[in-house]
Design a protein around this ligand. Structure first.
Ligand SMILES: *Cc1c(COP(=O)(O)O)cnc(C)c1O
Length: 422
């Protein structure tokens, strides 16, 4: 052990630090100290600007992943850099036990934009969802069933994704996740998306809520239909259940409206936000209607929750996304991207495309997604970063301010790839 440790130490001191390097070799980086959690390609990103990322070797990549639908304004947007610079010179963290200015302003903005009166800040989507689960269980204690028992069951959906904590993994319906870290947190029966009878069949005396993504992102951009969302809203109201929407991926302008559920004309009781709200920094939120704000002091919290640095960035992002004209722009770019993807699909015999706003999937009709992702990344002189959420499709989540030029470049690169691989 100590031998291995000292040899690793001497290796790293023998090689000059490649931090921030341009034109470095991948082998110069000692990556072995990183716990392997995913198989990463042999490249190290050093900087990014707008729609482009640059690697250790100076090669650039057109980025249609954007940190997994996170960088709403692209890489290193000036409004975010300004917010970080200004706030970092003022106050980083007074503790969550005190108010700070960005926390107050962002909560107020989110409440106004969403119509949900109360906001709790978190650091990740999973944590925001944990909060929603806790809030629903608390509400179920205060509103028990006919025999006086606390209600705690939350109906979720097959193939859903709600995060990687134990409770949010249990709420998720990803195949295999029920056994990977068994035992699961109990109380998350799974219904079928877009099948209201399957939800109704699961409602029992312990049921307190139904929770879903308006569009299942990780499942491959699978939308809940407008009719289903409306039926779910009516059903939950009629049966005294809370409706929780997980808008971690679909929220904050991603789908062409500020929040995706607005397109179905429904109002949820609880909503969670993450990813795009921080534009790339760790920020998330749980929102609820005033009547559901049942946490007592001490029930919920967290060291970094509502810290002014992240809230200042979130405020800059949300002001930009909610500014007049921004969402119209997103919808115009989305129509353009959608038409381009449809065109490619008919040209190469695929199964069309789907999605909302700038969260879209191209249905390939065969399991070549991972192959295309790799070939796209390895293209020269410029690479292309794509995601294959399922082997038979590609998912697109560019910056919300993506340009037509960038969409055109992506489509022509994808055209060349499909010509080779189909
Ligand atoms: C990404 C995602 C999460 C988890 O967010 P983290 O910030 O990774 O914890 C939860 N729900 C949905 C719908 C997501 O897409």
């Amino acid at each position: 052990m100590s031998l291995a440790h000292s040899s690793a130490a001497s290796t790293s001191s023998a090689i000059p630090s490649p931090k921030g390097a341009r034109n470095a070799k991948f082998a110069e980086f000692s990556t072995q100290a990183l716990l392997p959690i995913t198989s990463r390609p042999d490249l190290v990103f050093t900087h990014g600007k707008g729609g482009w990322l640059y690697d250790h070797d100076g090669k650039r990549y057109l980025d249609f992943i954007q940190g997994w639908a996170v960088n709403s304004l692209g890489h290193c947007h000036p409004v975010m850099r300004d917010a970080l610079a200004t706030q970092s010179g003022m106050l980083l963290n007074p503790s969550p036990a005190y108010y700070n200015v960005p926390m107050i302003e962002l909560a107020d903005l989110l409440a106004k934009l969403s119509g949900l009166g109360k906001v709790f800040f978190a650091n990740s989507g999973a944590e925001a969802n944990e909060s929603a689960i806790k809030l629903a269980r608390k509400w179920g204690q205060l509103h028990p069933n006919a025999s006086g028992g606390a209600r705690f069951e939350i109906i979720t959906f097959k193939n859903a994704f709600h995060g990687r904590t134990l409770a949010t993994m249990s709420a998720s319906g990803k195949p295999g996740w029920d056994t990977i870290f068994a035992p699961q947190v109990p109380g998350f029966p799974k219904a079928d998306l877009n099948d209201i009878a399957s939800v109704e069949a699961l409602i029992g005396p312990d049921t307190v809520a139904v929770m879903l993504e308006p569009i299942q992102g990780e499942a491959g951009v699978v939308p809940a239909t407008e009719a289903f969302l409306k039926a779910l809203r009516a059903l939950t109201k009629a049966r005294g259940l809370l409706l929780i929407v997980d808008e971690v991926q679909t929220g904050c302008g991603r789908t062409g409206t500020l929040f995706s559920h607005q397109q179905a004309g429904i109002v949820p009781d609880i909503m969670t936000l993450g990813k795009g709200i921080g534009g790339g920094v760790p920020l998330a939120a749980m929102l609820c209607g005033d009547e559901f704000a049942v946490f007592q002091p001490g029930d919920q919290g967290g060291t970094y929750n509502g810290n002014p640095l992240m809230c200042a960035v979130g405020l800059a992002v949300m002001r930009t996304v909610s500014a007049p004209g921004f969402l119209e722009f997103v919808r115009a770019q989305a129509d353009y991207l959608s038409a381009g993807l449809q065109h490619l699909s008919s040209r190469y015999g695929g199964e069309g495309e789907r999605g909302a706003g700038l969260l879209r999937a191209l249905l390939l009709g065969r399991d070549i997604g991972p192959q295309l992702v790799e070939a796209a990344r390895e293209m020269t002189p410029d690479g292309l970063l794509l995601n294959s959420a399922r082997p038979n499709l590609l998912r697109f989540m560019p910056a919300l301010n993506v340009s037509r030029d960038e969409i055109d470049q992506m489509l022509s690169m994808l055209d060349a790839l499909l010509a080779k691989h189909v």
